[in-house]
Design a protein around this ligand. Structure first.
Ligand SMILES: O=C(O)c1cccc(C(=O)CC[C@H]2O[C@@H](n3cnc4c(=O)[nH]cnc43)[C@H](O)[C@@H]2O)c1
Length: 212
């Protein structure tokens, strides 16, 4: 089984490089898995995956930190994102948002089309749910209320739906694991626990990759 690990930034997967003795580059190869660092956002992700994703991979593992809409989920928790949605892709019809599905240009929600793969690290995950992928991180009460009312997501990232989309296009299964660094709330960067989230994410990913 050959896995492509995909993350937006090197710091988010630095523990994997250190544990397996790999060079932190934007593309790093090893026997069981390769590591691809795309850059932040959907456009950078789509370009990098278009360059590197091919059918010789059996699985894509998308790793990263994320915001969470549910404040009962502790910071540093791991969430398996099962569906992810391009929540801003569509049109405004006065006060109503029309997703691209309704415009007839495709679908906004994607998933990992993950079928049979078993790994002990997956069993330990407590949280799972639906994510949204954004260009603009939500940071005011009005926009947060509006997205809760429209989609009621659990997580928010800037890449997840683009990774699922690329995997669907290439017919490669994908698992997305996000570690919660912050709540989606009025912007308060001082409250983000990026170090904690990255530490928990890498601990989990090392177990997953060791057992793969
Ligand atoms: O300073 C900021 O405002 C800021 C906004 C988003 C992300 C960052 C990062 O430092 C990490 C980049 C990475 O983080 C993911 N992320 C984390 N929390 C959220 C969120 O609440 N909403 C959307 N994305 C989030 C994202 O996938 C980025 O790739 C700094």
């Amino acid at each position: 089984m050959k896995i492509l690990v995909v993350a937006a930034t090197i710091p988010e997967i630095t523990g994997i490089y250190n544990h397996f003795g790999l060079n932190p580059l934007t593309f790093t190869s090893s026997a069981k898995f390769d590591l691809l660092v795309t850059g932040v956002g959907m456009t950078a992700t789509a370009y990098a995956m278009g360059q590197h994703l091919c059918s010789s991979y059996d699985l894509v593992l998308n790793l990263g930190i994320a915001g969470c809409f549910d404040t009962s989920v502790p910071l540093g928790s791991l969430v398996r994102v099962q569906t992810d949605e391009f929540s801003e892709l569509g049109a405004q019809d006065k006060n109503v948002f029309l997703p691209i599905d309704e415009l007839g240009f495709g679908k906004s929600k994607h998933n990992g089309s993950y079928l049979t793969y078993e790994n002990p690290a997956l069993k330990g995950l407590t949280y799972q749910g639906a994510g949204i992928t954004v260009n603009t991180v939500h940071g005011n009460k009005e926009s947060i209320s509006a997205i809760r009312a429209r989609l009621n997501p659990l997580t928010e990232s800037m890449e997840g739906a683009a990774v699922f989309y690329a995997c669907e296009q290439a017919s490669v299964s994908c698992i997305q694991i996000r570690s919660i660094s912050n709540y989606v709330e009025e912007r308060n960067k001082a409250a983000w626990k990026i170090g904690l989230a990255i530490a928990k994410l890498n601990e989990w990913a090392i177990e997953f990759l060791t057992n793969a």
